[in-house]
Design a protein. Structure first.
Lengths: 266, 158
């Protein structure tokens, strides 16, 4: 390009608006179903945000004789996430996000504002579309979102209800024509081969992204023992080829295997 | 594909899109531009008119050309004998139902001739036109007591 190059005008679809975004979620570590867990649309969303990450450890590393040359080390990211709802939708949508299936009918009749554990509750998928409300422009995916708090503000006019949370798993941008799949399996102590519900899309090959636990073409493989409260990332022990996920050692009976990945939209 | 900043092309796409719709739109005569007395008297149906879009804003990338936001008036003119206020109400609800449903308004097929090229079964989306909002209606005074006229403003990018 020359210094006097004049670019063309932006396309009408270059400016995307939140009102054309479909927000949906998949609960994790909820009720166990074999194979794919379906996404649930969220209603009443007015705004959602992924904020600047909080970084637990940041340091500049020098060495003697290296002068001022240094490299930056950052570890322990958490990304704050907020979702604002129309207040009238809060009760049903919060219950869905929390995984309270009997909300308002029996069982759970109180939903605390604060969630005292640190367990991931859901995976958020924000599908950004053109102004035709149909053509997929791309998605933002936040996996393993931990709910921390509900924020209540009730002015005399229109008002919103806010879910606050965070994720330690780096949010990702997914390309047009892709969507999130969340497969779960339950180990029986002998099965080592699990069939994925769809063919995963290749994610990243660059090694510097390994810290985000990409596992072949999967975002991650996690095992949650029947006695555990939350799953743990697997760094080895599994192989994945197209729709076959093979465990080197059969997951124990009752262990849940969680496998999120991207598939091509139909 | 419409030509850049060509208000006639934009207007013609909307005229043809509305004209291709089924009832009740097919019960109305879609007119391009201001319907003067001759057109109103000659019309066999109530008149829906589409005025030329007016630039309302712009977006631009640094070092690049400008794409415009437009406001475009779509009006309805009816006499009491042809339905009067009740037909105005029908028009209002159909305008809102159409323009506030993005998948419908962007996906409605029509045939249009742009710069001597005929586009068959095209859509606003294929022509690079996107409706982003609608406001109104406002009631427009008329000289005839038994005439009723309202106008919506459609917001779009093209």
């Amino acid at each position: 390009m020359a210094v006097n190059t004049q670019l063309g005008a932006p396309a009408s679809t270059d400016q995307v608006q939140g009102k054309y975004t479909l927000v949906r979620f998949i609960r994790n570590e909820g009720s166990v179903t074999e194979g794919a867990t379906a996404s649930t649309d969220l209603y009443g969303v007015q705004e959602w945000n992924i904020g600047d990450p909080d970084i637990k450890f940041t340091d500049e590393v020098f060495q003697q004789g290296g002068g001022d040359d240094a490299y930056m080390v950052e570890r322990g990211h958490t990304w704050p996430i907020t979702i604002d709802f129309l207040k009238g939708k809060a009760w049903t949508q919060f219950a869905a996000l929390y995984g309270i299936s009997d909300w308002g009918t029996s069982g759970t009749a109180a939903m605390p504002f604060v969630k005292k554990n640190d367990y991931p509750s859901f995976n958020l998928e924000c599908i950004v579309r053109d102004p035709d409300n149909e053509t997929h422009r791309g998605s933002i995916i936040a996996l393993d979102v931990v709910i921390t708090n509900i924020n209540f503000d009730h002015p005399i006019d229109d008002s919103l209800f806010q879910v606050q949370g965070y994720t330690r798993f780096s949010p990702v941008m997914a390309p047009a024509g892709s969507e999130l799949v969340y497969d779960q399996y339950t180990g029986d102590g002998s099965t080592t081969e699990f069939t994925l519900s769809s063919t995963p899309l290749a994610l990243l090959t660059a090694s510097e992204w390994d810290q985000y636990f990409y596992y072949d073409e999967l975002y991650y493989v996690k095992e949650k023992a029947s006695s555990a409260s939350t799953g743990t990332f697997k760094r080895s022990g599994y192989t994945q080829a197209t729709t076959t996920l093979t465990a080197g050692t059969a997951p124990a009976s009752g262990t849940i295997v969680q496998v999120p990945y991207l598939k091509a939209t139909a | 594909m419409i030509r850049a900043n060509n208000v006639a092309d934009i207007k013609e796409c909307f005229v043809q899109m509305l004209d291709a719709l089924s009832s009740p739109w097919s019960d109305w005569e879609i007119v391009s531009g201001w319907p003067d007395r001759t057109i109103l008297q000659a019309a066999q149906k109530d008149v829906v008119y589409v005025l030329s879009p007016i630039k309302s804003g712009e977006m631009q990338n640094q070092g690049g050309l400008t794409r415009n936001y437009w406001d475009m008036v779509i009006g309805f003119w009816v006499t009491r004998d042809e339905g009067g206020p009740s037909e105005v109400d029908v028009f209002q609800s159909n305008v809102l139902n159409l323009f506030q449903n993005p998948q419908t308004v962007q996906g409605s097929q029509f045939t249009v001739e742009i710069a001597s090229t005929t586009y068959t079964d095209t859509t606003l989306k294929e022509q690079g036109i996107y409706v982003t909002g609608i406001s109104g209606p406002i009631e427009i005074p008329t000289e005839e007591l038994n005439d009723f006229r309202i106008e919506f403003t459609v917001n779009l990018t093209a």
